[in-house]
Design a protein around this ligand. Structure first.
Ligand code: 173
Length: 277
């Protein structure tokens, strides 16, 4: 009898362990060949390595799986569990998402001073989301051009935007056109746009240096890219799963100092590629 019980327990053990492991689906609003996404794929590999029996993340893909401006809606509704995106890409879920570009304090400071708690509350109420981590910061945006300008006036220029840049560039008299990052190269190649807004880094990821002649300084705002999660799914996790996910997400956020030196090297690389400021 004792032996039978032992055998039955041994047989059930893997099933019990499995019940405690959850797999979350993650999509990226940025194209898969972007450095941001490669870093996130590395982070996922680390989560999966240490998270056996607890939590796993399945990377579904980039905008070919879910279009850039639909990722927020997919997270809100729970079609996917986690989105790797930026606030400007889901203003169609909550206009407030675009405020993160205005941060004058770091994510680390906001975890301490109540800022992060406020973000958590607003993201939960307005978008049914948990804001898990900020993975890009300390990064200004710039205006990049194919034509030279000699005064702060964009009259006659067609500029690619996202909600990040809309009010600013329109106030400078630009004609604006919203596109996902994945469509900028073709728009430049066809001469549909004369320039675009983009961070100081990552234009080489998408080969835009081939079509870019000028960068307008100074930079402005503070680029934010983050991991957002469906709130119902987040709440359905066990305490152990939630703690594990939070710990890994905050470790990713904790690497943000990296962007300071990376941005300097990216500016130097632009200069080498012949992009004039
Ligand atoms: O230009 C964009 O696509 C954009 O809004 C953005 C925001 C954060 C990081 C990179 C790009």
């Amino acid at each position: 009898m004792k032996r039978l019980v032992c055998i039955a327990l041994a047989a059930a053990a893997p099933a019990l362990a499995q019940a405690q492991e959850v797999t979350l689906k993650l999509v990226s609003a940025f194209p898969e060949n972007q450095f941001y996404v490669k870093r996130t794929v590395d982070w996922i590999a680390d989560v999966n390595k240490d998270g056996k029996g607890v939590l796993q993340i399945n990377f579904i893909g980039g905008p070919k799986a879910i279009p850039t401006f639909e990722v927020g809606k997919s997270v809100q509704s729970g079609v996917v569990d986690i989105g790797f995106t930026t606030g400007a890409f889901y203003t169609n879920v909550m206009p407030e998402a675009d405020i993160l570009k205005l941060s004058e304090t770091s994510a680390a400071e906001q975890r301490q001073n109540g800022g992060y708690d406020l973000i958590s509350k607003i993201w939960a109420e307005k978008a049914n989301m948990r804001y898990l981590a900020k993975t890009v910061e300390f990064t200004p945006f710039h205006l990049y051009l194919t034509k030279k300008i000699d005064k702060p006036d964009l009259t006659g220029l067609k500029i690619r935007i996202t909600p990040v840049y809309r009010e600013f560039f329109q106030a400078m008299n630009a004609q604006v056109m919203t596109t996902a990052p994945g469509e900028v190269y073709t728009a430049l190649e066809r001469g549909v746009i004369d320039g675009y807004g983009w961070p100081i880094h990552a234009l080489f990821d998408l080969n835009w240096q081939e079509k870019t002649k000028y960068r307008v300084d100074p930079g402005f705002y503070n680029a934010e890219v983050g991991l957002i999660m469906n709130l119902d799914k987040y709440k359905s996790l066990t305490a152990a799963q939630r703690d594990y996910l939070e710990r890994k997400a905050q470790a990713y956020e904790g690497q943000n100092e990296f962007w300071k030196s990376y941005n300097q090297s990216e500016a130097a690389r632009q200069k080498q590629a012949g992009i004039e400021t």
